[in-house]
Design a protein around this ligand. Structure first.
Ligand code: ARG
Length: 290
């Protein structure tokens, strides 16, 4: 079944400030024009490939002064046609809230969403970047720590009425869950365990049997290989290191590497640059069928 995915125009993208340890405004500033041209080309390649994979790509317009708008994974958590819109930790990104609200309201008008709600003001939660749907287990993995607040976990649970496992992020380097944790379509979890607190590592181990855990190294996570868009067995990602690529291929996945270096310079990869609108819970699917 073809899906719908949101991307956001890179037209005003830049690395202008530092709110995570990956962000390098100095490198960006060395040659802004070339950097932007590279970003646009990289974005275009990813968008085209997702389109060719059967996705309908909905594009959020860019806005001057909001460079990180290009990462719509942080815009909302979406399930069963219902969108819960983010509240950003850093003032640098808060201007995106109104833009995303307008965009999602329009999606609702067009019938692509049934419901749009913002997180309560002041309750930080950075969208799907910190809240990953696990269709195999019919639950969300929802992180808190550097960006999202611990209290957001209970709010997500009550809004969606699904099981939500809260995971504490233990480092600044892996500041969003999607930088260190990836849910694969066959039910495997590919992750970098030390990015999670010991108690949260134990929560993952309790729910995911060892043979379904793909443990990545810090370098593999640092290559943004876990920040992948998964469409069936295809993984759209920044070029993965050889060991990880082999592990994935042995399990029947196909790595689709993209040069996303212009976005890694801001701490983002393929997953951050997208947001799926078509995820569904088991209950949502049976409601739709009945
Ligand atoms: N510069 C952005 C920030 O720090 C990058 C966001 C990447 N998105 C993600 N889902 N990890 O917020």
């Amino acid at each position: 079944m073809p899906g719908t995915i949101v991307m956001a125009s890179p037209d005003f993208y830049e690395v202008a400030y530092t709110i995570n340890p990956w962000m390098k405004p100095d490198i960006w500033a060395e040659d802004r024009e070339a950097a932007l041209a590279r970003a646009k080309a990289q974005w275009g390649e990813l968008a085209r490939a997702l389109g060719e994979a059967g996705m309908t790509v909905e594009v959020v317009p860019a806005h001057p002064g909001l460079p990180d708008l290009v990462f719509p994974a942080n815009a909302a958590v979406v399930l069963d046609g219902r969108a819960l819109l983010a509240r950003f930790r850093y003032p640098e990104r808060r201007g995106e809230e109104a833009r995303f609200l307008a965009f999602f309201e329009e999606l609702k008008t067009r019938g692509l969403l049934a419901e749009v709600r913002q997180m309560p003001a002041g309750l930080f939660q950075e969208g799907a970047g910190d809240c990953l749907w696990d269709a195999t287990r019919d639950l969300f993995w929802a992180a808190y720590g550097p960006r999202s607040a611990a209290e957001s976990v209970a709010y997500i649970r009550s809004f969606f009425g699904t099981e939500v496992v809260g995971l504490e992020l233990a480092t600044d380097r892996f500041y969003h869950l999607d930088t260190c944790f990836c849910v694969l379509s066959g039910g495997e979890i590919m992750y970098y365990p030390p990015a999670l607190s010991p108690a949260s590592q134990a929560l993952v181990e309790a729910r995911v049997p060892a043979e379904r855990r793909i443990v990545a190294t810090e370098d593999e996570a640092g290559a943004f290989s876990l920040n992948a868009v998964t469409i069936g067995r295809d993984l759209f990602m920044a070029p993965p290191p050889t060991r990880l690529r082999r592990l994935l291929e042995e399990r029947g996945y196909r790595c689709r590497p993209f040069d996303l270096s212009a976005f890694v310079l801001s701490g983002g990869g393929a997953f951050c640059m997208t947001l799926r609108l078509d995820l569904a819970s088991k209950a949502g699917r049976s409601r739709a069928a009945g």
